[in-house]
Design a protein around this ligand. Structure first.
Ligand SMILES: *Cc1c(COP(=O)(O)O)cnc(C)c1O
Length: 442
């Protein structure tokens, strides 16, 4: 990208962007919700469409001068339906600002405040907006949470069905933030229908995998499907809501005026570009490689003796279970890996003995490194480097006394400076990453 104006006018912001570009290139980006948007996506998102107000929907805006943005939005809608192979029985709204407001727009559009919604617990892999007590969703609606099976750490559909019969929710949500296995969307839909509930899939993490055909699609049966556009899909930060025609009016009203004002037409243009890219053979290859890479990474970690939640992965992410080392060690590993230029996130795992800010898991994903062209061989190497860090640094004890935890983390972070293992792993990470260019950054 050419930032010549920014460089002249605001060197401070320019410098920070340059630094972040360096960070995105130098290390391994292994946060599963991240990937690299292409330069074309970034150009559309950074375009003058930013300047236009266009409240309401194409053809019935509250503002004049919407002729071009109407066409942009309609093109985006057309491509969204094409990418998922949808016909006239589905509608798509491409205006949500991001995944969180999109989920709230669905709830607000379809339900009455206080209605019951069923979703997966946050610490078992659900999202904040799936009824976490700290989120507006839980304050405005009554949530009943299902769990993963304690032994298999995968969804137990019979147990979900039983819970649904017991609580009769109006809406059942599947699709998660931290679940490494295939989801049986068909079964989830059937459970919803058996009690007269609306089925909803939040495919934020896996929408790219679904377009690529490497994860079963929630279409053509699911009633409402939400996705963010910036995860495996590689678009700008935004979201889309698909729904069967019968819910069109409620969903559109839920988004505008229910949750939002003017849509971000520059983002919608960026989504349109990402959708066009998603229908190419290269994109399909990228999604197939994501699956192969995650499997290779999982194998590499398990060969090193590490335990993975559910024993592996079918998709783009996996979770290391750090409980064998002791509770609450996730934050140490996140910090140690960050010091070695591997970006991951600490993650609550099913039946975590430790609270969410000091969880006992680490979540890793391959979409970003796959976008750089890395393959199984690189994942094998990355797995060995990650395992080395885990085995050395997960031995650090997390104090049981809550008051002492923050200072323990601080002390730990300071101990990483000039640590010989970190230095050695970091130089190998940089050597590995430097062989691959970065889409949209290089
Ligand atoms: C990322 C995510 C969201 C929220 O997206 P934001 O754009 O961060 O608000 C919603 N649901 C799921 C399952 C997600 O993974």
């Amino acid at each position: 990208m050419n930032y010549e104006h920014l460089k002249k006018e605001d060197p401070e912001v320019y410098e920070l962007i340059q630094k972040e570009a360096g960070r995105q290139k130098e290390g391994l980006e292994m946060i599963p919700s991240e990937s690299y948007a292409s330069a074309a996506v970034l150009e559309a998102t950074g375009s003058i469409l930013n300047n236009k107000y266009a409240e309401n929907y194409p053809g019935r805006r509250y503002y004049g001068g919407c002729v071009n943005v109407d066409l942009v939005e309609r093109l985006c809608q057309k491509r969204a339906k094409e990418a998922f192979g949808l016909g006239d029985n589905y509608h798509v709204n491409v205006q949500p600002y991001s995944g969180s407001p999109a989920n709230l727009a669905v709830y607000v559009g379809l339900l009455n405040l206080g209605d019951t919604i069923m979703a997966l617990r946050l610490d078992h892999g659900g999202h904040l907006t799936h009824g976490n007590p700290a989120n507006l969703s839980a304050k405005a609606f009554k949530f009943v949470h299902y769990e993963v099976n304690a032994k298999t750490e995968t969804l137990d559909y019979d147990a979900i069905e039983k819970l649904a019969f017991e609580h009769k929710p109006k809406l059942i949500v599947s699709g998660f933030t931290s679940y490494p296995r295939i989801i049986d969307f068909k079964r989830m839909h059937e459970i919803a229908k058996s009690i007269g509930a609306i089925s909803m899939v939040d495919m934020s993490h896996i929408s790219g995998l679904i377009i690529g055909g490497v994860h079963p699609s929630p279409f053509p049966f699911t009633d409402v499907v939400m996705t963010t556009t910036h995860k495996t899909l590689r678009g700008p930060r935004g979201a889309m809501i698909f729904c069967k025609k019968e819910y069109k009016e409620q969903i559109d009203k839920g988004v505008f005026p229910g949750m939002q004002g003017g849509p971000h037409e520059h983002t919608i243009a960026g989504i349109a570009v990402a959708l066009k890219e998603s229908m190419t053979p290269e994109f399909k290859e990228y999604t197939e490689q994501i699956i192969k890479n995650t499997k290779a990474l999982a194998e590499s970690l398990m060969e090193e003796g590490l335990k993975l939640i559910s024993g592996g992965s079918d998709n783009h992410l996996l979770m290391i279970d750090l409980r064998p080392f002791g509770p609450g060690r996730g934050i140490f590993i996140e910090k140690a890996l960050e010091a070695a230029e591997i970006s991951v996130n600490k993650q609550p795992i099913p039946n975590d003995p430790s609270p969410p800010f000091y969880p006992s898991g680490i979540r890793l994903g391959t979409p970003a490194v796959t976008s750089r062209g890395m393959k199984e061989q690189e994942m094998q190497k990355a797995g060995k480097l990650i395992a080395r860090i885990v085995k050395e640094f997960a031995l650090t004890e997390m104090p049981l006394d809550r008051e002492k935890r923050a200072s323990a983390v601080k002390e730990f972070a300071a101990s990483l400076e000039n640590h010989p293992t970190i230095k050695e792993v970091k130089s190998q990470v940089i050597a590995l990453a430097s062989k691959f260019s970065v889409p949209g950054v290089d």
